[in-house]
Design a binder for this molecule. Structure first.
Ligand code: SF4
Ligand code: SF4
Length: 351
């Protein structure tokens, strides 16, 4: 019996996951909650005809992991959803968004379909890229193409600690993996370069890259989020106190799924006041973008973002997060409140 079937059979249909699934909260159909998705996945394994409703049920999951966290039976609906997506993709049954993500990644090395030079963000820091190093900064697709200033700022801080980058970095594979496609070619390309550099640790500023590099690569890698790396080196950074009050959003794939809660908070409280949101740490609500939802169901992603924005305390200057995908979608739903990365905050505090 497969692990997924064991998970499906563990489900006693108690509905706990349904009550915490952010997507069910917005859409309200049984098939768009974790319990319903488990039943749909079971149906698919028994030969249920795959129509648009089945694809929508499985593909509106953000893979936030809240259902797994709360399930009293130890079932893992998130994995079941991801694996069922994969089974269907192998049969050619997928949404246009899944097809586009995959096509882009194969053609350009990133799911955005960007053909420009990925590492152009390095600018005048290109001279600081080394052939051999213990640490590599993995900038990610969003870092490289949507937040190039942030990627450069991050590298400019990290290079002082002997960190380099991959000269020919490609997507970590997360968008393909979460939406059912095979990311192994991308993974191999990154792995080969990591080995050539001789690095023992990969540092990333993205929750999706972090989780994928750490848990899903064919070889075990030592992976740190940039907040972890810098929290260990706070004493070596010259930072002043800022007269600001900020809230912090825990990205699902960094926090609940991988247990990194404290270090981003350590960086924030080193430079300003932190006013916590409602629903934090393991109970953090999803920003709404993950699992291909921002790409495939942008209106649903917007509603999820607005729901998360309801948890922001009044009177904060910024909402801070440590993942470019969360940042992008949270900004869509947070009205006038500016969403920034913790590295932006640190830059403001650099003496
Ligand atoms: S919480 Fe677990 S046991 Fe309960 S319905 Fe969801 S998957 Fe099934
Ligand atoms: S991973 Fe999140 S969005 Fe997906 S079924 Fe579970 S709770 Fe719902």
């Amino acid at each position: 019996m497969t692990e997924d079937m064991r998970s499906i059979l563990k489900c006693v249909r108690c509905g706990t996951c349904r009550s915490v699934c952010p997507v069910f909260d917005v859409l309200g159909w049984e098939s768009t909650g974790a319990r319903g998705r488990m039943m749909v996945a079971h149906g698919v394994s028994q030969g249920l005809e795959v129509d648009k409703d089945v694809l929508d049920s499985l593909n509106t999951c953000t893979t936030c992991g809240m259902c797994k966290e709360m399930c009293p039976s130890g079932a893992a609906p998130t994995k079941v959803v991801e694996n069922t997506r994969h089974q269907l993709v192998l049969q050619g049954k997928m949404t246009d968004a899944q097809k586009e993500l995959r096509g882009n990644a194969i053609e350009t090395g990133n799911p955005l379909g960007e053909s420009a030079e990925r590492m152009a963000w390095l600018g005048d820091s290109r001279k600081d890229v080394k052939d051999k190093a213990d640490y590599v900064y993995f900038s990610g697709c969003l870092g490289s193409y949507r937040y190039p200033d942030l990627a450069k700022r991050t590298f400019d801080i990290l290079k002082k600690f002997g960190v380099t980058v991959l000269k020919d970095e490609v997507c970590c594979g997360s968008p393909l993996l979460r939406t059912g496609s095979d990311p192994s070619e991308l993974m191999e390309k990154n792995l080969d370069q990591i080995k050539e550099i001789g690095a023992h640790t990969i540092i990333t500023g993205c929750a999706g890259c972090f989780s994928t590099l750490k848990n899903d690569y064919p070889e075990k890698l030592n992976v740190m989020h940039v907040s972890q790396f810098l929290a260990e080196r706070l004493d070596e950074m010259d930072l002043k106190k800022l007269d600001l009050k900020v809230a912090y959003h825990d990205p699902c794939h960094l926090g609940r799924c991988n247990g990194v809660f404290d270090e981003p908070r350590q960086l924030i409280t080193a430079v300003c006041e932190l006013d916590e949101m409602e629903n934090i740490r393991e109970k953090s609500k999803c920003c709404g973008a993950g699992g291909g939802v921002l790409k495939g169901y942008p209106e649903l992603a917007l509603e999820l973002s607005k729901k998360r924005a309801e948890d922001i305390p009044e009177g904060v200057d910024y909402l801070v997060t440590v993942c470019p995908l969360c940042r992008t979608n949270l900004q869509r739903g947070s009205g006038d409140i500016k969403v920034i990365d913790v590295l932006d905050l640190l830059e403001m505090a650099m003496v």
